[in-house]
Design a protein around this ligand. Sequence first.
Ligand SMILES: [Zn+2]
Length: 207
Amino acid sequence: MMNKQPDAFARLTNALKVLPNVGPKSAQRMAHHLLQHKRKEAQELVDALQHALKQVSHCAQCNTFCEGELCSICSDSTRDARRLMVVHMPADVSNMETANCHDGLYFVLMGQINPAQGMDISAIALDKLVGRLQQSEVEEIIIATNHTAEGDATAYVLAELFKTLPYRVSRLAKGIPLGGELEYVDAGTLAQAVYERRLLKEHEQTE
Ligand SMILES: [Zn+2]
């Protein structure tokens, strides 16, 4: 097979395929669009990406993306440190904050477990979560994973882990539509799901 595309174009197309839901066709379309119509914006994209790669890392406490050691929520001393909400992605934190229904802290797993691929727990930041709990005043953990197969699998693994730990554990109510990802749920429904969260396990006092 002869490859009519210049190497640089092929390399760009290949690099773009790293984006979620972008296959070879979409990648080719994007590369074409950038090189043909958006050369100036493409440079800004390069600069922004380079800057973000250098500046953005993970919050030492909640694991979300942030610039510096701690994110703005973890460094806010008015937040209720007794309640820790565990979510999949940074976008879930933004949504919860918009819904204004949780004044505690968060932990961001940065992924979810896919039961179809054999319950691989390396997909979530479990070790970091355990480390986070060791130096905290947490009493209640709210599992706020999606109500999807992946979210349920993740919630199951978390609930198993917390079984041996002294915290009260709850999970968001099913007010969220079945197959619902938190990212697409409106603020009112989200607040309702937090308010009506289901208790999985009571808090045990440690002596
Ligand atoms: Zn944080």
